[in-house]
Write a protein that binds this ligand. Sequence first.
Ligand SMILES: *Cc1c(COP(=O)(O)O)cnc(C)c1O
Ligand SMILES: [Zn+2]
Length: 405
Amino acid sequence: MEFSFISHLHCPKCQKEYRADEIQQLCTCGSPLLVDYDLQELKKHWTPASLVGRSNDLWRYHELLPIVDPGNIVTLGEGLTPLLRMDRIGSTMGIDHLWMKDEGIIPTGSFKARGAAVGVSKAKELAVQELAMPTNGNAGAAWALYAARAGIKASIVMPVEAPVITRNECAISGANLNLVNGLISDAGKIVGQAVKEYDYLFDASTLKEPYRIEGKKTMGLEIVEQLNWKVPDVILYPTGGGVGLIGIYKALKELVELGWIEDKLPRLVAVQAEGCAPIVKAWEEGKPDSQFWEDSTTIAFGINVPKALGDFLVLEAIYKTDGCAIAIDDAALLKEQEQIARLEGVFVCPEGAATFSAARKLRESGWIKAGETVIALNTGSGIKYPETVQVEVPVLEPGERMTRG
Ligand SMILES: *Cc1c(COP(=O)(O)O)cnc(C)c1O
Ligand SMILES: [Zn+2]
């Protein structure tokens, strides 16, 4: 049997089709491309039982991933992260079945590892020698590290303000790193210029290469496998470029077509920061795409994306699943981050904390019902953001007595 059932790529805007065995970037119409698989053929050979005994990482779903030759896989063991019950914090919200998909323990410290593992593996398969990308930090760190493992040269451009640890991850992996006094959109323009000048340079910008969606979609596959092929009622996702949300939606649709899950998808929620909420604004206005968000700012750096290339795909996923979009302010998400650590023992990243704040607000408004099964995605480790915690504690001299809190 084939290792991958990839067939071709298609444009979700103009429906034009592209070959999957050549390097592709955007459609000629400017839209991102999506990967198609021969699901009708795959359906004949593949069942949930096929997964028994497979590797405990995202490559267990290799039929539904784009790598044709297993020899091209570049892996650090990413995937199959825990789906944890969050009963104590859930009870403070009045949600009986709250779960967290915890990406805090994945290689490189954020779920960007999924996109990088699949994206870099496919780049290797297509003989890419050198890639470039703009980033808010975590994606650049993941792609730099996976590219190092693949022997591919990486050039990364990130805002000066991006978390310092992600800068260090790029530097230590030997990537060509540039900082920009500006936003990810400014970094994107710099990379765009370089890609125009050097045609051997592969543009690995979010959604300008088609394969990172495939890596991130494995979160959707895992969530339903971990729930024993039952779909939850709600999935909350911290949305910047929205790749994870697009990916989860795509994964669920593929599973419906394979007949592995019922044809009733979870309501997908795009969670953004009040200081950068273009998708929320578009959803509130019922628009099919978003507008550039001026002077965006939030401590949840991974979701500081003023205009996403795939905004129309994010909005489609929300509309089609009866989901919603909601903005959280920084103070609320920081408070939630502390609550999660105190009640559940997990140090989540600020983006992940935002999804819990969103669940709380949506339960308060009645949009989430008490008995529903709700999944909050923690997209990375709080350890990557030490500056989110202010510590004031007593300092003792040797021999002094410990205070009692
Ligand atoms: C990139 C990132 C996000 C947003 O992911 P998108 O798929 O671009 O929407 C959320 N959380 C963290 C920690 C990130 O690094
Ligand atoms: Zn097109």
